[in-house]
Write a protein that binds this ligand. Structure first.
Ligand code: NDP
Length: 490
């Protein structure tokens, strides 16, 4: 069995205890990761703080940092197949999906590598004579990046690239279900030439090392993606130490189909919104809002399309729906399916574990569709994070907006329409950090991503993301000789 080790201050670190990493397709243990302790967390943060405060990293120019990031991106591209295969063994998502992500991740390091030396301060116009003042962006310090199990390296890249470009140092805490690809990535951190201590890892259970990391006095910022309950705990920890945060906490995103849409495309958009990645994505379009006049037709077409989706080995090109990443998550999804039935939703497809013997050892849940869902039902209000679609009818634009915004979340929304007027109107009225029109599940290193309402705080990707890892220093230089009355504000 492969044993992956942590990296602290450039050195490999094992552990007294190990956690088995299980393959969601067959339930077999295939690798082990260290079960870190609070002492390990302290050591990793201390190493990151030392690397931030002294040695080659703070002395390095932003241009040199940018080159390191770009080299790192090139190395990830070189090893994309290897890293993607590790992710599939850990989280059970399709190899095609993970390879696509791995081949795209380098763009974040190229983009933020390019941005590293383009973040300028400014000379301030000054109302006081003989006073010169300017601003200077400076890195925040040690960043703890906490990542979930659904897309470990993509969601890490969204944090690591801007943090390093800004000049911060980082401690990564991946989900204990899917730590292996992050630990494998550390070989490339070293190969790219990052000085020891700039990027460190500590693996283990969130319940055992989460607080030690998020309340550590030497940590300046927490960058977290995960569930809203854990996100709230992380935010509370951050508040105790007045730390900066970026939180990305999932959603209950509406994917809205109007009767003037090209229904063939809209149906594919509905499928990609919920069944790609077995619904284990923060941007899942888990509420499909369909205009009443085309409701039955769309429900029938989405059901027919989803009914053809091939479940199977995620390594195979022919597979379209893989297993759920963890046993607790599979059980959570199944419990929501039961709940939807009890709430009176009409099950059009799926509704349980598949009966195929070749899938019996894997943690599969059938693509499941419920019609006649009311937005007040729990299946429409809570994040399921699985392949479960709720179809909700609406009458007109105002009604669609009312239902779409009637949620505690606000991560993303989709709109399918043939009308430009309607596209702009809906984009204005939807309370979501991302609105897609006639497309779904598109992300880019150039496009800010984050949540409204309880879907999170801050933005990842895009130029603004680097500012999330910087603070502004204002420098005043008195050019006059002598100091005036010390008892008066200058
Ligand atoms: P969590 O939100 O608990 O996990 C996210 C990360 O936080 C993991 O690395 C986890 O580590 C870590 N963590 C857990 N507890 C703490 C803590 N006290 N302090 C710091 N870090 C901590 O995800 P779950 O696996 O529990 O999933 C629960 C639900 O969250 C899912 O059903 C889904 O609805 C949602 N989710 C949303 C995601 C998104 O992309 N927005 C991604 C994943 C889940 P560890 O795993 O070791 O506990």
């Amino acid at each position: 069995m492969t044993r992956f080790r942590n990296t602290v201050n450039g050195q490999p670190r094992g552990g007294d205890q190990w956690i088995a990493s299980l393959n969601p397709f067959d339930g077999e243990a295939w690798a082990e990761i260290p079960r870190g302790t609070a002492a390990d967390a302290d050591e990793a943060v201390t190493a990151a703080h030392k690397a931030f405060s002294s040695g080659p990293w703070p002395a390095m120019t932003a241009t040199a940092r940018g080159k390191l990031l770009r080299r790192f991106g090139d190395l990830i591209l070189r090893d994309a197949e290897k890293l993607a295969a590790i992710e599939v063994r850990d989280n059970g998502k399709l190899y095609a999906e993970m390879l696509g992500q791995l081949r795209y991740i380098p763009e974040w390091f190229h983009y933020f590598g390019g941005l590293a030396d383009k973040i300028e301060g400014g000379v301030l116009p000054m109302d006081k004579p003989e006073m010169f003042a300017f601003t200077k962006p400076e890195p925040l310090g040690v960043v703890v990046a906490i990542t979930p199990w659904n897309s470990p390296l993509l969601l890490l890249a969204w944090k690591l690239a801007p943090a390093l470009a800004a000049g911060c140092t980082v401690v990564i805490k991946p989900s204990e279900f899917t730590s292996c690809s992050t630990l494998a990535l550390m070989e490339l951190v070293a190969e790219a030439g990052f000085p020891p201590g700039v990027v460190n890892t500590v693996t283990g259970y969130g319940s055992e090392i989460g607080t030690a990391l998020s309340e550590h006095p030497l940590v300046a910022k927490l960058a977290f993606t995960g569930g809203d309950a854990t996100g709230t705990a992380v935010y509370s920890s951050a508040a105790k130490g007045l730390k900066h945060v970026t939180l990305e906490l999932g959603g209950k995103s509406p994917n809205i189909i109007f009767d003037d849409a090209r229904l063939e495309d809209a149906v594919k958009g509905a499928i990609s919104g919920i069944f790609a990645a077995s619904g284990q994505t923060c941007i899942a379009g888990s509420r499909l809002l369909v205009q009443r006049s085309v409701y039955e037709e769309v429900a029938q077409r989405v059901t027919a399309f989803a009914g053809t989706a091939q479940m199977g080995d995620p390594m195979l090109d022919t597979t379209q729906v893989g297993p759920i990443t963890t046993v607790p998550q599979r059980d959570k999804v199944l419990s929501y399916i039961d709940m939807a039935r009890q709430e009176g939703a009409r099950c059009l497809l799926g509704g349980g574990r598949p009966s195929r013997p070749d899938l019996a050892r894997g943690w599969f849940v059938e693509p499941t569709i419920f019609a006649d869902v009311d937005n007040s039902m729990r299946i429409a209000r809570e994040e399921v994070f699985g392949p479960v679609l709720s179809i909700i009818p609406f009458e007109d634009e105002d009604h669609a907006v009312e239902i779409a915004n009637d949620t505690i979340y606000g991560l993303a929304a989709g709109v399918w329409t043939g009308s430009t007027r309607r596209a702009f109107l809906m984009a204005d009225k939807l309370q979501a950090g991302t609105v897609w029109v006639n497309t779904y599940r598109a992300v880019s290193f150039m496009a800010p991503f984050g949540g409204y309402k309880k879907s999170g705080i801050g933005r990842e990707s895009g130029q603004a993301a680097i500012r999330e890892y910087l603070q502004t220093k204002t420098v005043w230089i008195n050019l006059a000789e002598g100091v005036s009355n010390p008892f008066v504000l200058r």
